[in-house]
Design a protein around this ligand. Structure first.
Ligand SMILES: C[S@@+](CC[C@H](N)C(=O)[O-])C[C@H]1O[C@@H](n2cnc3c(N)ncnc32)[C@H](O)[C@@H]1O
Ligand code: SF4
Length: 309
């Protein structure tokens, strides 16, 4: 039997904004703490990128025909998540943006985000991403402490994310976010405070600060089980969350969602909170979204479903 989400979704209300999530399941290397659905690109065969792109474009077509005649709306947000979407070239990402635009259209002022690892960026790549229609950059920085980055298996140096955030601004990005992780075993409160201040020194528009979650099946969980590394401590995590609130709010950011802080600013459209991650808000507000790519989740009307990983 062919699965048709709209059979399950019932009346697709048509009055909720529509978003598109595109999961890119590739990374240059695997961080020991991460259990996201991602694979080392080089281990997937020489044409893994091309096979992925064929499947992703095919899925956009399938989604568009499933929604045809159902009052489809232009996409308000598009989000490339991963993995590390910038393992694909800006042209390849641009091809996917154009395909979304062609089948659904993009709403005026649509937010188009890509996640990125600072190692994958350069001036040429950043210019290419802007040309591809990507207007928001969300970069994994995690920490400014070399020892913490090492424990997390991050391959970049502490300064790389800050350098790339500044370069992205010079290239013309108007919406830049940095991801940080707190509570890594061995990280002191002062080290975390320094990471927050260092992230702020890059002048980002948005900061995500996540408490380190120890996921079953990861290398980090195995190291903790073997006693090589201590387990995260809940009181330590709580203290660091409070420090985040103090430092980020003190810098004028607004904690608009549990782990997310945005610099308020008024855009030409008069919208004050324009640096909130609108795609993230779409999840919280129960909007409709279609997820493309392995493991991607979708939500339409009253139905939720997800792709095999
Ligand atoms: C898909 S990654 C971002 C892009 C890129 N792959 C990178 O890591 O730079 C999304 C973010 O999830 C967070 N994350 C992943 N695993 C986590 C964990 N176990 N605990 C807390 N945060 C985690 C990291 O902050 C990471 O930047
Ligand atoms: S944290 Fe980012 S770079 Fe590291 S494995 Fe996960 S998705 Fe890949």
């Amino acid at each position: 039997m062919t699965f048709h989400p709209l059979d399950e979704a019932g009346q697709w209300s048509g009055d909720r904004p529509f978003s598109v999530y595109i999961h890119v399941p590739f990374c240059a290397s695997r961080c020991g703490y991460c259990d996201f659905n991602t694979y080392v690109l080089a281990s997937q065969g020489p044409d893994a990128g091309q096979r992925y792109l064929r499947a992703a474009h095919g899925e956009i077509e399938a989604a568009a025909s499933a929604l045809a005649g159902h009052d489809a709306r232009p996409a308000s947000t598009v989000f490339f998540g991963g993995g590390t979407p910038t393992m694909l070239t800006p042209d390849q990402l641009g091809g996917l943006v154009r395909h979304v635009q062609q089948v659904w259209g993009l709403a005026p002022g649509a937010e188009v985000t890509t996640e990125a690892n600072p190692e994958t960026l350069s001036e040429e790549v950043l210019d290419g991403l802007l040309e591809a229609g990507i207007n928001r950059l969300s970069m994994g920085m995690q920490s400014a402490d070399r020892a913490v980055l090492k424990l997390l298996d991050r391959v970049h140096t502490p300064g790389r994310a800050v350098e790339m955030a500044r370069l992205a601004r010079r290239c013309g990005f108007d919406d830049i976010s940095l991801d940080l992780i707190f509570g890594t075993p061995g990280e002191t409160l002062e080290s975390w405070r320094t990471s927050l201040r260092t992230a702020l020194s890059a002048d980002p528009d948005h900061i995500s600060a996540y408490s380190l979650s120890v996921e079953e099946g990861t290398r980090l969980a195995a190291r903790i089980r073997r006693g090589e590394v201590p387990m995260t401590d809940e009181d330590d995590l709580a203290d660091k969350y409070l420090a985040s609130e103090e430092i980020l709010t003190g810098a004028g950011f607004v904690n608009y969602e549990v782990s997310n802080w945005a610099r308020p600013s008024t855009g030409p459209d008069g919208l004050v909170d324009r640096h909130r991650a609108e795609h993230n808000m779409a999840y919280w507000l129960g909007h409709d979204w279609w997820g493309i790519g392995p493991g991607a989740h979708s939500h339409l009307g009253r139905a939720r479903w997800w792709n095999v990983k």
